[in-house]
Design a protein around this ligand. Sequence first.
Ligand code: 13P
Length: 334
Amino acid sequence: MNKELLKNTVAHLMSPGKGILAADETPSNIGKKFAALHIENTPENRQKYREMLFTTLGMEEYISGVILQDETIYQRTKDGVSFPEYLKDKNILSGIKVDLGLEPISEGSQETITKGLDGLGERLEKYKKYSAKFAKWRSVIYIDSETCLPTEKAMQLNAKGLADYAYTCQLHDIVPIVEPEVLMDGNHSIETSYKVTSDILDKLFKALVEKGVFLEGVLLKPNMVIPGLMCANQVDPGIVANKTIQCFRENVPAETSGIVFLSGGQRDDLSIKHLALMNQHNDLPWKLSFSYGRALQRQALTAWKGQDQNLQAAQKAFLEQARLNSLATLGQIY
Ligand code: 13P
């Protein structure tokens, strides 16, 4: 494990005013987004869409890393440059989603464990040859008061899976992004979100330390502490920001130098505002930035619609979201 290399990668990804673009939707996941806009879900259209994003002039001012996916890491621009090489020329690091999706923790269970530990080392070596410098693994925690979720067992299993993945990545000099996503689906309150987020973060960091993971060489990708999307009692952005910071102060060791949030289905404007308000706290032990998928891409995809003539409008929309999120990492709201 080359700790200096891991720390340098983290430092690059957490460069002031920059964040990560999560463009690692699987073909089936991006297919759902395409279907809503009547875009055919073909490898060619997926390549065109990602090329539209990555060739946006000036994105490198706001974006330090892009998370790719098993198909995308091998794709090329229309001029024949591989996406990782193209991004490297813009001083943007390539990351790779290495989990293989979710499966029920036991037959018939609503809760899931993330697949992909088997053969992970070999996959990391393969992706390294394609310039991957960091990786992502997503675990999902579900809240459902009627069925008493999440269970202790699901949280323990997911914390352990994340720790095993993170350790393997570091052995291969790849920075792991650990993502224990507490879903916003449901009508739970912000207090419940606080309790569950706190619990999974506590279990995650215990598992990481027990496994011997080098915390300065990890990025945490969490949800914010926020009410469920169907909760009748939505709260002010300031409350989301304060509760999230409080929860993280209690559970995230200061050595974890980088926290990059997921957007998780929040409105674009709110994901920016929450991040900006959190960054207005000036005594934080860690840097806070973004690793957004939907909140960075929603407007660009809607503008693009799969049509070449919309390329410029789509890139403009993407650049503007990236710029606003960049300002939010500096605590500024416009
Ligand atoms: P969202 O920002 O759309 O939640 O996606 C981030 C991500 O990478 C989820 O794994």
